[in-house]
Design a protein around this ligand. Structure first.
Ligand code: SF4
Length: 395
């Protein structure tokens, strides 16, 4: 349970001063942050963010999330997406359908797809390798970050390959990186309640570690709102920080490119009414704590899909330097009108960055800036675009 207990101002000042000096916090100190007044923690988080990344710039990525199948045999209690193969709305996309989605992304200047699905026991290894080859052949400029550690674990068990051989096979076919999905809270006690059949924390790190060793892109993630304790949240952050240290030392710095955190959404899931979820206050608090705890991960994302644009904008003052991406879940994007929806999202991300006082920049999945959008033009109101400048102070 996340129960607030008072912390003396001496403790408060000691921990915050230490974090502000850029010194590493231990588990007890990270846990103590949750009991401090949020404005004080946020002030230090914002100072560290301004120090570690360009203080004037907020970045985001133009990408698309493609869920190639919704058939899954893991059955996580928090998942509203998966179906069994007998359900009438279960699906698996063929290569042509996936190509059509990528073409829409290319039309708005997108550079990356997140390709993830359920754990579908019907698909052979050739479906995945063939798909990667197809995408590289038909969409050579698109980077493919595909298959969460959960899917990779399934491939490993099913296709009779060692993890090293499996990753080599996928890389040879075109894989560029692994999304860090499936992290949630990397404490098995929390995971066992939320999803008993879900990948265990040990396997999640084992697969991420192998991917980093092979030079693949990865990102660290966190989901709050399962009813996890502050100690469990702190441990999650410490494990990520430890993995980042390992990758920095042993894999030529090929650690996590960033940290993304969002709050649990329980609508239409078996956890509805059973897990508390997280308020905007808790979300911002967790983001600020992450900025203080993860001294070796410079890029921290605000999550607009889970928290909405306004909270994401506030998050830029609680330690976040990035607005994530235009990623839209397939189940909330209608097939018709995807192109418009993407364009609106790009403009909206530009708008919230500008409105919050930052210069927006489009990045790639390694957080390198690849384009400076013309914010003034994009946000200019016109008869065709009447909402564009609403609430915006363009500078
Ligand atoms: S493994 Fe993924 S798709 Fe399958 S139930 Fe869990 S969250 Fe849903």
């Amino acid at each position: 349970m996340t129960v607030a207990v008072p912390v003396s101002s001496a403790v408060s000042d000691t921990v915050l001063d230490k974090a502000a000096r850029g010194e590493r916090l231990n588990a007890a100190e990270i846990e103590a942050l949750y009991h401090l007044p949020l404005p004080k923690v946020a002030a230090v988080a914002n100072a560290l963010r301004l120090e570690r990344r360009d203080p004037d710039v907020v970045t985001f990525l133009i990408d698309r999330n493609i869920n190639y199948t919704n058939i899954c045999n893991v059955g996580c209690n928090f998942c509203a997406f998966y179906r069994t193969k007998r359900q009438s709305d279960s699906y698996t996309l063929d290569y042509a359908q996936i190509s059509a989605k990528i073409r829409e992304l290319e039309q708005v200047g997108g550079t990356r797809i997140l390709l993830q699905g359920g754990v579908n026991p019907e698909l052979p290894l050739e479906y995945y390798t063939g798909l990667l080859r197809h995408i590289k052949a038909h969409h050579p400029s698109i980077r493919i970050d595909a298959f969460s550690p959960e899917e990779v674990l399934f491939f490993e068990k099913t296709f009779g390959l060692s993890l090293d051989d499996l990753l080599d096979t996928l890389v040879e076919a075109g894989l560029d990186g692994l999304p860090g999905a499936g992290g949630e809270i990397l404490e098995d006690e929390v995971r066992a309640k939320a999803a008993p059949a879900r990948i265990k924390s040990h396997d999640w790190f084992r697969i991420i570690d192998a991917a980093q060793r092979k030079g693949l892109y990865t990102i660290s993630t966190m989901v709050i709102g399962f009813g996890e304790s502050y100690a469990q949240r702190a441990n999650h952050l410490l494990k990520i920080r430890e993995q980042q240290d390992r990758a920095n030392a042993q894999y030529s710095g090929n650690g996590f490119s960033g940290f993304a955190m969002w709050s649990l959404q329980t609508e239409n899931t078996r956890l509805h009414g059973k897990a508390p979820g997280a308020t905007a206050h808790e979300y911002l608090q967790q983001l600020a704590v992450a900025r203080l705890a993860l001294d070796n991960i410079p890029n921290i994302q605000a999550s607009w899909p889970a928290q909405g644009f306004k909270v994401a904008q506030a998050a830029l003052y609680y330690g976040a330097n990035d607005l994530g991406s235009t990623m839209l879940e397939e189940n909330v994007v209608s097939a018709a009108g995807n192109h418009d929806r993407h364009a609106v999202t790009v403009r909206e991300l530009v708008r919230i960055a500008v409105d919050a006082g930052f210069t927006p920049a489009i990045r790639n999945s390694r957080f390198e800036i690849i384009e400076w959008p013309d914010a003034a033009t994009m946000l200019q109101r016109s008869p065709e675009n009447p909402e564009a400048g609403r609430g915006v102070g363009v500078h």
